[in-house]
Design a protein around this ligand. Sequence first.
Ligand code: SF4
Length: 127
Amino acid sequence: MALTWSRSIEWNAEEWRKVAACRDTELDLFFPIGTTGPAIEHIKAAKSVCTECEVKGPCLEFALVTNQESGVWGGTAEEERRQLRKIWLSRQAGQEQINQMSKLRLSNRKPIHGQEQLNGSRRRRLG
Ligand code: SF4
């Protein structure tokens, strides 16, 4: 099944990056090596920058959609984002199924006079 997604937030990667709170911070802070030792403090500091960031939502959505596995994005660390991405992917798959079922239902729809005939045959069967 093809996986598509509909954005909940309209973002333009170039636009939101212009106002990112991390724009002038050290890259190491947002891309620490590992998840233990000094990296823990870097992740914590990076997340505190994200807390003040006005494009936190678009940033996180971008990271989920484009599967950014490394670093801190939208106030989330790698493991948190892996969990969120699983949820996000299952919701996308569910939405895709709903869309396909809706299309199927619409394509199988009978014209109005056909609906009357269907109702008539139901009445006959019930009567
Ligand atoms: S949410 Fe965090 S990582 Fe994303 S742009 Fe803002 S400061 Fe940078």
